[in-house]
Design a protein around this ligand. Structure first.
Ligand code: C5P
Length: 232
């Protein structure tokens, strides 16, 4: 998937209140390619909250990271897919049957598999009793995603580099853990916007670097400029 530099930037709207979320989208809508809402927003505002974001005519990335037995996930996903979000996420470690149970009913929504959270690294895997490194683990999850029929996956861009050539051309690589300055927040596997695109990421998910910025539009324009300068 080839998007213009601006359209590659999806802002993670990690807010609780609908009013605050809408005010923020109103402010930045000209400078982003899409908006992402997740658990924080959804647990407060639900389906109606997501519906009210449709008026901005921006792609909606519904990041609810579904993970349960196939029957439960499929029935939950049905409720969400009726909303027709542009993207919906599910954890790839829910297994291939769980992934297929969503893909089978997806209609227009793109199903994006979440691999290893960017807040985790090799040390965390060891604590789970997993002895392979994060790159190999993400590669294994990518196979589950591919066989399950997902449209794309979420990982750090450090893994995209190797996976890009193994996946179909239109496979969507979604990358959070984007670091602008020195502040990693709680993320561990981070890259800069340009580095991520160079590695092959299709969509960059950027949250706090934009939402906590003193001037979110200036930050967004700087990121776009950085991508344009690097030929991304
Ligand atoms: O503030 P920051 O840019 O770190 O936000 C990243 C966003 O991406 C958060 O909303 C988080 O839920 C999401 N995300 C992530 N790692 C994943 C999938 C999604 O950080 N693997």
């Amino acid at each position: 998937m080839k998007l213009s530099p601006k359209n590659k930037i999806f802002c993670a709207l990690d807010f609780t209140e609908l009013k605050q979320t809408c005010q923020f989208v109103e402010k930045i809508k000209e400078n982003v390619g899409g908006i992402k809402v997740g658990l924080e927003f959804f647990f407060k505002n639900g389906i109606k909250g997501v519906e009210s974001l449709k008026k901005y005519n921006l792609p909606i990335f519904l990041d609810l990271k579904l993970n349960d037995i196939p029957n439960t996930v499929s029935r939950a996903a049905k409720n969400l897919l009726e909303l027709e979000p542009d993207y919906l996420t599910a954890h790839l470690n829910g297994g291939i049957d769980m992934i297929k149970s969503i893909v089978d009913i997806k209609m227009k929504t793109k199903i994006i598999g979440v691999s290893l959270l960017t807040s985790l690294n090799d040390e965390d895997l060891k604590k789970f009793g997993i002895e392979i490194n994060s790159k190999s683990y993400v590669e294994k999850l990518s196979k589950i995603g591919y066989e399950g029929g997902v449209d794309g996956m979420v990982s750090s861009s450090l893994e995209v580099k190797d996976l890009k050539s193994k996946m179909p051309k239109d496979f969507i690589f979604v990358t959070p853990g984007i670091q602008l300055g020195k502040n990693k927040n709680d993320q561990k596997r981070t890259t800069s916007p340009s580095e991520a695109i160079k590695n092959g990421s299709s969509i960059l998910i950027i949250g706090r670097a934009i939402t906590n910025s003193e001037n979110p539009n200036r930050t967004l324009k700087e990121i776009t400029l950085q991508l344009e300068k690097n030929g991304n």
